[in-house]
Design a protein around this ligand. Structure first.
Ligand SMILES: Cc1cc2nc3c(=O)[nH]c(=O)nc-3n(C[C@H](O)[C@H](O)[C@H](O)COP(=O)(O)O)c2cc1C
Length: 229
């Protein structure tokens, strides 16, 4: 009799485990379908950035990770060395270019993005140089048509604010729906970036995904998983 009870218990446990397994598989599968349908909606996001010393790059990576977006790094054909970037030396390359706007045209390795038409949202990131967007971006802005795109400027700086940097880029572009943008300190934290992204009025597909990502991130942070530098 006891043996029969034990057998019944085992069968019952196996049955409950099976039901739970099938239920979790259903949840996973529906997640995958949703991700696929979002992609076919065409709401793709691109994060374009220039970063001389890596701070803006960190933010760009966080945005791309949060939104599952693509990245496009602007690389000058002649990169800036540490000496080139020394704004305290009046003979440095940046000081010369700052003083001579007519000699500022920085050639970029690439300004054409594969599948540019497929991106509905484009983030544009840059370091602040002398209170404004680094002029390294200028060639990219001039070479591309932002018509029909939501454009979101972001920058890093030691202390200066966003200032007019976003507005001036929008003016130079002449096309696109430019949002106000955001300045981050050089060492911003990952959750600050994710929270900002989630607060933006992005096209529906992007916003849904951000909300999911931010709640995941909040859960991760309570577990004590480290944030970016
Ligand atoms: C040429 C130059 C000019 C700068 N001008 C400013 C400025 O006006 N205000 C400010 O707060 N930081 C200024 N900075 C500091 C950078 O904006 C800051 O370190 C930024 O996070 C660098 O980003 P990156 O590492 O992506 O290049 C300047 C840095 C350089 C190299």
């Amino acid at each position: 009799m006891q043996k029969t009870m034990a057998l019944h218990n085992r069968i019952w446990i196996l049955f409950v485990t099976g039901v739970l397994l099938a239920f979790s598989l259903m949840i996973c599968t529906s997640g995958i379908v949703k991700a696929e349908s979002e992609e076919t909606d065409g709401e793709k996001t691109l994060v374009v950035y220039y970063s001389a010393t890596g701070h803006t790059e960190t933010i760009a990576n966080e945005i791309a990770e949060t939104l599952n977006a693509d990245l496009f790094q602007l690389i000058p054909t002649e990169p800036y060395s540490d000496a080139d970037l020394d704004w305290t030396d009046e003979n440095s390359r940046v000081c010369y270019e700052h003083e001579h706007p007519e000699d500022r045209a920085v050639e970029l390795e690439e300004t054409a993005v594969d599948g540019w038409e497929s991106y509905s949202t484009v983030f544009i990131g840059y370091p602040i140089w002398w209170g404004n967007a680094s002029w390294v971006l200028d060639g990219f802005i001039a070479a591309n048509d932002f018509t029909g795109k939501t454009v979101v400027p972001f920058c890093t700086s030691s202390s200066s604010g966003l200032g007019e940097s976003g507005e001036l880029l929008a003016e130079a572009a002449g096309t696109g729906d430019w949002l106000e943008g955001k300045r981050f300190p050089s060492s911003a934290e990952a959750d600050e970036v994710a929270e900002w992204v989630s607060s933006l009025a992005l096209p529906a597909g992007d916003t849904e995904e951000v909300t999911e990502q931010v709640s995941e991130e909040t859960a991760e942070n309570t577990d004590g998983i480290a944030t970016a530098e």
